[in-house]
Structure formats: C-alpha cells, structure tokens
Design a binder for this molecule. Structure first.
Ligand code: TRP
Length: 451
C-alpha cells in the first residue's frame, strides 16, 4: 500500500500534554465546581475518585489501545474491530456526540473568552455587589456579541486543527499546557492566603456521609468523570492512533486521569475559598464561574489581576478541549471521504459553528421556546450528548473492547500481556464494571424521559 504515513505525535511529552489538554477543560473548572457544589462537596469527591480509578482509567486505556492498534480514527477503529457484525457502525455515535458537544461547548467557551478579554484589558465593569447575575444574563441574552466570541473560538480551534497533529495540536499543547499549570499553581497559592481557605478546604474534603445515600450523587459523579476525562467520544481512540507502538500506554492512562483529577481538585481549591471568603453560596449551579466569581473578584484586593489569571486559565483549558473534539470529527471526515485536512477542518468547523448558533440564541432571542422543565436549547443539546449519547457509547465501547475483542489481543494492544493481575483487573473492569455502572447511569438519564 502506498498510503502516506499516518500523522504521529513527535514526542511522548507531546502526546501526554495533548491528551491532558483534551481532558482538562471547562469540565474541570466550571462544571466540576458546580457539580461538586450541588452534590455535597467532600462526599462527592470520594465517590468521584473511586469512579475515575475503577471506570475512568480502564476505559481510557481501552480507547488508547484500540486507536493505536487499529491505526485509524475512532469510527473506523471500531469498524475494524468487528468488521462483519452490525456493531461496526457503533463508532459513529461518538463522532456525532463529539460534534454536538463542540457546538455548544463553543458557546460557553465564547463567554469565557469575553470575560478573559474584559479582565485582561482592565475593562471589567465595576458592578455593585449583587448585580453580577443581571449583567451576565443581559450579556448572554444579547444576540450578536456572544456569537462573535463563539465564532472567534471556533475559528482559532479550526486553524489549529487545519495545521495537523504535530504542527497544530502537539505544538499548541506543548506551549499552552505549561502556562495552564503555572496559572493554576499561582491562583492556588493566592487562594491559600484568603480568609475562607479553611472553609473551602473543609467543603471540598470533609465528607458529609448522608449524601452517599442519594443515588443522584453516583450518577453525577459518573457523568462528570466521563465528561472531564473526555471518554466515550472516540477522542482518545483518535489520539491513541497517532501514538507510535513503542510507547507503553498504561502509565499514560493513569497519568492523564490523575492529572485531570488533580487539576479539578486544585481548581476547587481556587474557587471555593474565594466563594466562602466573601460569604457567597457554592451551590449556585452553572453560574458559579460567571456570576459568583466576578462578584468575588470585584470585592477582592487585586481582584482584577486574579480575575484575568482565572479567565485566561479557563480560556486555555477550553481551547485545547475544543481542539480535541474537532479533531475526532475531522479525522473521521478525512478517512471517510478522503478529504484533505484543510478542507475537512474548515467545512466541519464552519458547520459546527452553525449548529451552535441556536444554543447561543437560546439565551436571548429564542429563549421563549417551550422546552421541558424550562431548559434552554443548550441544556437540551447537553442532555442529548452528555447524558444520553455519552453513556450509551460508553457501554457500547466497553462491550466491544471487553467482549468482542479477543482477550489476548486486547491485552497485547494495551501493553498488558504478561501483566498478570493488572491485566486481569483491566479486563474485568471493561467486561463487567464499566458496562454495569455506565448502564445504570444511562437508565438514570432515561428515567425522566419515560416519566
Ligand atoms: N474533557 C473536556 C472538559 O473537561 C471536554 C471534552 C473534551 C470532552 N473532549 C471530550 C468531553 C470528549 C466528552 C468527550 O471540559
């Protein structure tokens, strides 16, 4: 075959940082803080840790192994695993879900970029305490400005993807991820000087055991783990396919999951002490980052600088995650239709921007749509992608990897042949734990639909 050689990561560090860049995103800062806030803090964290170790690491390793073994983007990798069964189309779910997530993720990322620009230029308005919610709501309801930031974010993401794996994704990750780490460490050190630090610590680490009796906590933790690590969308299959066979995968999977979790916890250590220091409520839901924190920055000494660092951090985290989501869809289009990378990038980036427009207008012009439970268009897209397609594809992937991939081949592909106990634990998790737990989550998401 005279196919051009498949693109590859140039270094182990590049691969690790790109995968971490995919994992660390709005999910770690914005979503984690409000999900933990709503689910009781410390006890949630404990459940979350169990889940990332029992489910997150095995599935991530499975995705890497599949991608590297099949040397193809995710949907094709699945098709090659089970070429003649009706399961061969299962990989398409991930492609669709990744595109859908990117479409609305770009809306929230757009808000983040706008706040970053305000704080970085010192133009953040000096609002009276208590009026931040109204200012935020008025902003996202305005028709044009949010769309402009969303477009800018998508254009930047697309430009990176159009450059390719090494010159685009890897290069950007190598530069931005260290900056991200420095910003986070700086903010955490600053947070330790705040009067509410102890209360923030207690909130994050002191388990309130009573929450463990509510099933919702487990569902929330599992959903959060999938979203935060970036599982079940094929992202990690595609990223694994750019990995040369000579570099072992299990260590990479553990490193990425632990890094992602550490990042989320540290972000919690930045956010919660600040919230408590100014007597605000941590269980504020999705507005935590855009309403409560600006309030905090407004009252804090040097808050303008802290706000700038915070929103810059969030912008970088969002961008590298958007890159990974677009790459899955683009890699699929290249493989499927033989498109060039440039053509695939710009046409798909454009289409997904268009798909995200309703999600943005749903907060203003189209806010009146009669959606169930007063949900916004973005909520509905998030529900379909993150609560339905993601667990559905998670179960399918685990069944494919654990049951339909011959065991010795799977172990070999994951660099766990001869791994004895580790290999057995990995395979056991893929076969039983992941399908069972994720299946329950899926049923939990379906339950409200059927009443
Ligand atoms: N993990 C990212 C976050 O925490 C979002 C993300 C990137 C993602 N790739 C993904 C979510 C794949 C689900 C699936 O924000």
């Amino acid at each position: 075959m005279d196919k051009p050689q498949r693109e590859q990561w140039q270094s182990k560090r590049g691969f690790l940082l790109a995968a971490l860049g995919s994992a660390v995103g709005l999910g770690n800062v914005w979503r984690f803080s409000y999900v933990a806030g709503e689910n009781g803090g410390g006890a949630f964290l404990l459940v979350y840790l169990f889940i990332v170790l029992l489910v997150g690491v095995p599935l991530l390793l499975g995705e890497f192994a599949l991608g590297r073994r099949m040397q193809s983007e995710s949907a094709t990798a699945v098709a090659r695993l089970v070429p003649s069964s009706r399961w061969r189309h299962a990989g398409l779910i991930g492609i669709v879900a990744a595109g859908l997530i990117l479409a609305y993720y770009a809306v929230i990322a757009g808000w983040v970029f706008r706040y970053a620009a305000l704080y970085l230029t010192g133009a953040a308005p000096d609002l009276a305490s208590g009026s931040h919610a109204a200012a935020f709501e008025a902003y996202i309801a305005s028709p044009l400005q949010p769309l402009a930031w969303q477009l800018l974010g998508m254009a930047l993401t697309t430009a990176i993807i159009a450059q390719g794996v090494e010159k685009g994704i890897e290069k950007v990750s190598l530069v931005l991820m260290p900056v991200l780490a420095l910003l986070l460490i700086g903010l955490a050190v600053h947070s330790a000087t705040l009067p509410g630090f102890d209360r923030g610590l207690a909130f994050l680490f002191q388990p309130d055991w009573a929450v463990l009796a509510t099933p919702g906590v487990y569902l929330a933790a599992l959903g959060q783990a999938f979203f935060s690590i970036g599982l079940a969308m094929g992202v990690m299959v595609t990223y694994g396919s750019y990995q040369p066979a000579t570099r072992p995968l299990p260590g990479a999977a553990v490193t990425i999951v632990l890094g992602d979790t550490l990042f989320a916890i540290t972000a919690g250590l930045v956010i919660f002490p600040a919230v408590f220091s100014f007597g605000l409520d941590p269980a504020q839901g999705a507005g935590l980052a855009f309403i409560v924190l600006p309030e905090v920055f407004g009252q804090m000494a040097g808050g303008g600088l802290v706000g700038a660092a915070f929103f810059l951090l969030l912008s970088i985290a969002a961008l590298t995650s958007m890159v990974s989501l677009l790459e899955v869809v683009v890699a699929h289009a290249m493989q499927r239709w033989g498109w060039s990378r440039k053509r695939a990038s710009w046409s798909i980036g454009g289409a997904l921007f268009a798909l995200g427009i309703p999600a943005s207008l749903g907060f203003g012009l189209w806010a009146g749509l009669p959606l169930p439970d007063g949900r916004t268009i973005l909520d509905v897209m998030d529900f379909i992608a993150a609560d339905l397609l993601l667990p559905l594809n998670g179960v399918l992937l685990a069944v494919l990897l654990g049951w339909l991939w011959p065991r010795h081949e799977a172990l070999q592909a994951a660099d766990l042949h001869g791994g004895g106990r580790l290999g057995r634990a990995w395979h056991f998790s893929l076969r039983y734990l992941v399908p069972l737990l994720v299946g329950v989550v899926l049923l939990g998401s379906l339950a409200p639909l059927v009443g």
